[in-house]
Design a protein around this ligand. Structure first.
Ligand SMILES: *[C@@H]1O[C@H](CO)[C@@H](O)[C@H](O)[C@H]1NC(C)=O
Ligand SMILES: *[C@@H]1O[C@H](CO)[C@@H](O)[C@H](O)[C@H]1NC(C)=O
Ligand SMILES: *[C@@H]1O[C@H](CO)[C@@H](O)[C@H](O)[C@H]1NC(C)=O
Length: 845
């Protein structure tokens, strides 16, 4: 191990103390190296061959040669990950060309700069170049590799890892990789733009032409560029996320934090929900995209969890002005309502560059009488020419837009509370369909082309629209009846034969997915003739039994569905296949099904830990759920629900979310069960009005319990109840508080109003809970419980609120559905039809 010391200006009189100092340092240095060190102090050096390791052992800094190159660089990588990824390079544009590795070293100069030298002739290859004024002459400096991968220069006595008082930091000069905690954006005071720049190629870390950074529009967004050509933009921040961001950002446990936008700085950072996970975003210079990868230790590989642009519609301005890019159908570009192709000839030849224009554009005289057409489900347009005001009301926003003929659209700045104003000047560019957020865009139109009774958004019926909708509907209905008739006839002929051959049969839609079909005899022997001893519980659609498969000893859970045989076996099978395809770590896995005659069964993976209620409401067992586990359970359920609600293939509303439907695995990770049952049993519409209410008192949203109206927001309500139950350890129903007829929700609301929410927290969490987190859970719970479905946040936003530090909205009064606590049995799980219900139910039609 070679240690080199740089002597500078060494006078004869100083030589003796200097030598002593050097020897002392050498001893110290060797001592430190034998463990591992994360700092270079003044007069020390790091030679090629040695490395620094961050205090917690995550990151390592040292010399490396990329790919087939012969140059050497100083860089940082994850120490314990065998498939090395360089996350930062010090001298990317100043390579060490000297092949003699013994001669190069990184030193901390006397002045406090990091310098990369080739020793033979003391050539300075690279330096941090901090000006001497900013370096204090009185205290000494060290360079340290921090636990988050930041390599910094700081005063020796500064022990704070997060401090911003660094004299220099690698995070200010990102390369192609964004690490958690890194600021992505601008320091406006110094003009420093922290943007990512790709490597030139896999062998050459020098700056390539792909960049990804924040553009300083009045409504900033993150833009990916190749050279000067814009490839993709994130869409402006809408208070919850980037308006063009695909869903995965949040479902993959990676959270973009609210951007900081003020007169000093404009940046965003991201954080990982699970801090021990290794996940980064980097620029892929070969494919011209930014890619998020995650290290999975089991497979010993980096897997891609998101790359952008992913499809045609992610590509900037794919459809031209006012063209809406829709990923699925063909052609992918469609003019917005009220617009027509600028050049029909080009447009229908799939050349969309010229986009669309307003119908009747030639005769339109812009003025204050113009109207706005409301659009939802669109990525907000390019913000190059925008103006924003965070405090302006939507009405004033509209008027402001009307005053200026170049204003073409306006919208809220913040979708979560509907506040603020953003207006767009000039043609609207880079629109696409995106359903992640409920965001509205109001586009200016000639009054004569928009319904005379007012804005489309006002909700009044448009006569021509009604006709335009009714006629095709009638036609579709007639066609539907014919198809149905033909289908029923065919089915009748086939059905009997089919049931007997199901076990062998594989049809077209199964080709890419094999769902095992089990024989009834297998199920009978696995569950010991469905004995009571094997019965695990009784859920919404029938009893559940534990079983053991004779062939491989595997443990399974068998749900014997009651009253579902109305549905044909084919439809049933298709629904089960769809549900079995829903795979998420927070959902119970569907292993197969069994169909025989009238019998319908679902086979799930077996969860040894039983369900959440067995822990939460048991005085002894609940102690096993400390705060960390409970919070993990809350977030896990939220993630599972996001997946159910947002997955692109299906949109599943659970309709019976409650603790007994949350199963726990060996590590106490939550898994939602019974999802999709309403669908499988054939009485689900995507959302809407049902005459069969499935659910459990105490968890049902008022609009569902009373009017039979269900939507993702009724699941959000149930989640709110669940959240309060998890924090308090009490059932919503079945307990009275303060000798009043309050249920848990009522009790929580009263404590909240009094500012005593802390009293709600389970006594047995006293030692383990984090007050800010627990109180946040209660507030989010109350937000989910608000009476009006539209006031309730969606699950994506719920998860973001739970895991971010952002300020939360004030909840409005919750919808209490059953305030009176009755004794009609603990947690009724029996499904009931509206006709049988005895509580006051207003029949909805
Ligand atoms: C340093 O040494 C290298 C190789 O010995 C040589 O090519 C280079 O010109 C020298 N640089 C200076 C500044 O002397
Ligand atoms: C966090 O991630 C690590 C590594 O991937 C994993 O072992 C651990 O179980 C995760 N923890 C939670 C709470 O998800
Ligand atoms: C599409 O149309 C524009 C305008 O007419 C033209 O400049 C461009 O070359 C066309 N692109 C292709 C691929 O034909």
């Amino acid at each position: 191990m070679c240690v080199c010391i740089k002597f500078i200006q060494c006078k004869m009189a100083n030589i003796l103390p200097m030598i002593l100092f050097v020897i002392l340092n050498l001893i110290l240095f060797f001592f430190q190296l034998s463990t591992s060190i994360d700092t270079i102090t003044q007069f020390q050096s790091l030679n090629d061959g040695n490395t620094l390791v961050s205090n917690d052992g995550t990151f390592e800094l040292g010399f490396f040669t990329p790919g087939s190159s012969t140059n050497r660089y100083v860089g940082i990588w994850y120490k314990n990950i065998p498939k090395r990824r360089i996350v930062w390079v010090a001298n990317r544009d100043d390579p060490i060309k000297d092949n003699n590795s013994n001669s190069t070293m990184l030193i901390m100069s006397k002045e406090g700069n990091l310098e990369l030298l080739t020793n033979n002739n003391q050539t300075l290859v690279w330096s941090t170049n901090i000006t001497t004024q900013s370096l204090s002459t009185t205290s000494s400096h060290v360079a340290q590799l921090l636990d988050n991968g930041n390599f910094v220069i700081k005063a020796n006595n500064n022990t704070d890892q997060q401090s911003n008082n660094f004299l220099w930091q690698g995070f200010d000069f990102p390369c192609d990789t964004l690490l958690a905690g890194m600021k992505h954006g601008w320091d406006l005071k110094t003009g420093l733009n922290r943007q990512l720049t790709s490597w030139k190629n896999w062998d050459d870390p020098s700056s390539g032409d792909l960049t990804w950074g924040i553009v300083l529009h009045s409504n900033p967004e993150i833009v990916l560029k190749k050279g000067s050509v814009e490839i993709h933009r994130s869409g402006p921040w809408n208070g919850v996320g980037f308006s063009g961001a695909p869903m995965e950002i949040i479902t993959s446990s990676v959270i973009a934090t609210t951007p900081v936008i003020n007169s000093n700085e404009v940046y965003f950072t991201y954080s990982l929900v699970n801090k021990s996970m290794v996940s980064i975003t980097y620029l892929n210079q070969t494919l011209s995209l930014h890619e998020r990868v995650i290290w999975s230790p089991e497979d010993n590989t980096w897997s891609d969890i998101q790359s952008v642009p992913k499809n045609d519609c992610d590509v900037y301005n794919r459809c031209g002005p006012y063209g809406n890019c829709i990923h699925n159908p063909s052609p992918i570009c469609q003019c917005l309502d009220g617009f027509e192709p600028k050049s029909p000839q080009n447009w229908y030849a799939s050349n969309w560059t010229q986009g669309c224009v307003r119908k009747g554009e030639e005769t339109w005289n812009c003025g204050v009488n113009d109207r706005f057409r409301t659009f939802s489900g669109l990525k907000l347009p390019d913000t190059t020419h925008t103006w924003v005001d965070a405090n302006m009301t939507l009405e004033n926003c509209k008027n402001k837009c009307l005053e200026d003929c170049s204003c073409m659209a306006y919208s809220n700045l913040n979708v979560s509370d509907g506040s603020g104003c953003s207006i767009w000047f000039g043609d609207l560019i880079d629109l696409r369909q995106i359903l992640t957020f409920q965001q509205y865009l109001y586009i200016r139109m000639d009054a004569s082309t928009v319904d005379s009774s007012g804005d489309v958004s006002s909700g009044k019926k448009n006569h021509t629209l009604a006709i335009a909708v009714t006629i095709p509907l009638v036609i579709i209905l007639l066609l539907g009846i014919i198809v149905f008739y033909v289908y029923m006839r065919k089915r009748k002929q086939r059905d009997n034969a089919e049931i007997n051959t199901l076990t062998e049969e594989r049809d077209e839609d199964q080709q890419d997915f094999e769902l095992p079909f089990f024989n009834i005899s297998t199920m009978i022997s696995a569950t010991n003739h469905f004995s009571d001893y094997n019965k695990l519980g009784e859920g919404g659609f029938g009893p559940v039994y534990k079983g053991t498969l004779a062939m491989d000893g595997r443990e399974i859970a068998v749900k014997r569905l009651s009253g579902s045989s109305k549905q044909g076996s084919k439809e049933f099978k298709n629904e089960v296949i769809l549900c079995a395809k829903l795979q998420h770590r927070n959902l119970v896995k569907v292993l197969g099904c069994c169909i025989q005659g009238e019998e319908r069964m679902l086979i799930y993976e077996y969860m040894p830990n039983k369900s959440l209620d067995a822990f939460l409401f048991d005085p002894a067992q609940k102690k096993l759920l400390d705060w960390f586990k409970r919070f993990n359970i809350v977030c896990g359920i939220a993630r599972g629900l996001i997946y159910l609600h947002q997955d692109s293939r299906l949109r599943i509303i659970h309709r019976d979310l409650k603790p007994s439907n949350i199963l726990l695995d060996n590590d106490m990770n939550p898994k939602i069960s019974d999802f999709g049952l309403a669908k499988i049993c054939g009485d689900d519409q995507v959302e809407g009005n049902t005459n069969r209410v499935v659910g459990t008192h105490g968890y049902m949203a008022p609009e569902y319990a009373i009017d039979g109206l269900f939507s993702t927001k009724s699941d959000v309500f149930s989640f709110g109840v669940l959240l309060l139950e998890i924090v308090s350890g009490h059932k919503n129903k079945g307990l009275t508080f303060q000798n009043n007829n309050y249920n848990l929700v009522g009790h929580a609301w009263r404590l909240w109003k009094e500012g005593n929410s802390k009293e709600l927290i389970d006594d047995c969490l006293k030692d383990s809970y984090i007050p800010s987190e627990a109180l946040r859970c209660i507030q989010v719970g109350l937000l989910c419980l608000q009476l009006h479905p539209n006031d309730r946040p969606n699950m994506t936003y719920v998860l973001a609120m739970l895991t971010n530090e952002s300020v939360l909205a004030q909840p409005k009064e919750p919808g209490f559905i059953i305030q009176r606590v009755s004794n009609e049995g603990e947690s009724t799980t029996k499904p009931f039809s509206m006709n049988e219900v005895t509580i006051s139910v207003i029949d909805a039609r």
